[in-house]
Ligand binder design. Structure first.
Ligand SMILES: Cc1cc2nc3c(=O)[nH]c(=O)nc-3n(C[C@H](O)[C@H](O)[C@H](O)COP(=O)(O)OP(=O)(O)OC[C@H]3O[C@@H](n4cnc5c(N)ncnc54)[C@H](O)[C@@H]3O)c2cc1C
Length: 335
């Protein structure tokens, strides 16, 4: 276990905000986590992964927890379905790469998403037509309120678009994910319907999950910033969902990109709205709307302050609201 006071968090968040926390605790296993004297730790308590969905707006006055629980265990008894138990501190893409290498289907479309396994099931990460909920069987947690281990089925996690029971107001910060049970398959089940995947595959049906992974990585490299090169937290805003009437007023001829949900409401790509407002490449101090994907705000100068990012966020929200009458909401968590 590693405990540090006045710890610099610059390398613990992909936006590269230069902030620190009062106390930083990195634990190696569940026993160490359970053994912590939480009453003595500075409050509040925040559990982080790789900080790839966080915007630290100031120094954090409490304790930041981080998991080093790293294992991948196959519960393979020869059936088509292969349960895989994974520690919450495993880098999500390492898990995807390894399972693809073993020829297991299910996680390949989620290739190259930054972050750790614990956060992935809190966020319900998604990309290229797949969400992590599609492959989760159960989540094992430590309950910080009752100080005991608890398990949740995927159904009990109440998954929705980038949301879960763990993010509900009443549960926020209560459960520390310690491991996740995934359900993968030996049976080929390529999901290649999402725009661009078949082209990236050269028009050929994939014969193994690694081929899909490589196609997804090719697409992602072309439009998303590499966190090692430029700071960001990926998509800054959620795609708004509006009524069919509101969509008709936004796009009377229906030509705007959109996706009709089962309940008849319409999801509109926030990137299209931002670009239509002429905000691609827009700057505030060191922060910029990413040229290749306007849903992303980047720390273009490497020295952007949280104020730069917040004022660019405000400008985008206000401009989109006055042009389309739709309020964008951030996907990135502000701390
Ligand atoms: C370049 C880039 C591309 C991205 N692309 C995508 C994408 O395609 N799809 C997508 O969905 N997201 C994407 N993201 C967002 C991000 O990668 C995901 O939200 C990811 O799951 C965050 O993981 P993390 O480990 O960095 O978590 P953090 O950002 O550190 O934390 C996220 C949340 O999870 C909580 N948390 C972290 N670990 C635990 C734990 N063990 N137990 C309980 N709670 C925990 C935190 O408190 C916080 O609420 C992208 C980000 C970047 C920078």
């Amino acid at each position: 276990m590693r405990i540090k006071l006045k710890y610099d968090l610059s390398s613990q968040n992909t936006f590269r905000m230069k902030v620190s926390c009062e106390c930083f605790v990195e634990y190696e296993n569940v026993k160490e986590l359970e053994g912590l004297n939480f009453d003595k730790l500075p409050r509040p308590i925040l559990h982080i992964g790789e900080g790839s969905n966080l915007l630290f707006t100031k120094d954090f006055p409490g304790t930041v927890l981080h998991s080093n629980i790293e294992f991948i265990k196959y519960v393979d008894v020869g059936f088509d379905e292969v349960p895989v138990m994974v520690g919450a501190g495993v880098n999500f893409d390492n898990f995807v790469e390894e399972t693809c290498r073993h020829g297991l289907w299910g996680a390949e479309n989620l290739s190259m998403i930054p972050g750790e396994v614990g956060a992935a099931v809190v966020q319900n990460i998604g990309a290229y037509g797949v969400e992590v909920k599609d492959i989760v069987s159960g989540v094992v947690c430590f309950d910080l309120k009752e100080k005991k281990r608890v398990k949740f089925t995927a159904q009990e996690c109440h998954y929705g678009y980038r949301s879960s029971m763990f993010k509900e107001e009443a549960n926020k910060g209560r459960y520390v994910v310690t491991s996740v049970l995934f359900r993968l398959s030996r049976v080929p089940a390529p999901k290649t319907g999402y725009k661009g995947i078949m082209e990236a595959l050269g028009g050929n049906e994939p014969s193994n999950p690694m081929e899909v992974r490589e196609a997804v990585m090719k697409l992602r490299r072309a439009k998303l910033p590499d966190p090692l090169e430029v700071g960001s937290a990926g998509s800054f805003f959620k795609n708004p969902v509006v009524s069919s009437e509101q969509f008709a007023s936004i796009s009377p001829d229906g030509s705007a990109p959109h996706y009709v949900l089962e309940d008849g409401r319409v999801k509109i790509p926030a990137a299209w709205m931002i670009e239509s407002c002429g905000l691609k490449g827009e700057r505030e101090g060191g922060a910029q709307v990413y040229e290749k994907q306007p849903l992303v705000i980047v720390n273009a100068s490497g020295n952007a302050s949280a104020e730069d990012i917040l004022s660019l966020e405000r400008k985008i929200i206000d401009t989109v609201k006055s042009r389309f009458g739709v309020e964008l909401h951030p996907e990135v968590e502000h701390i």
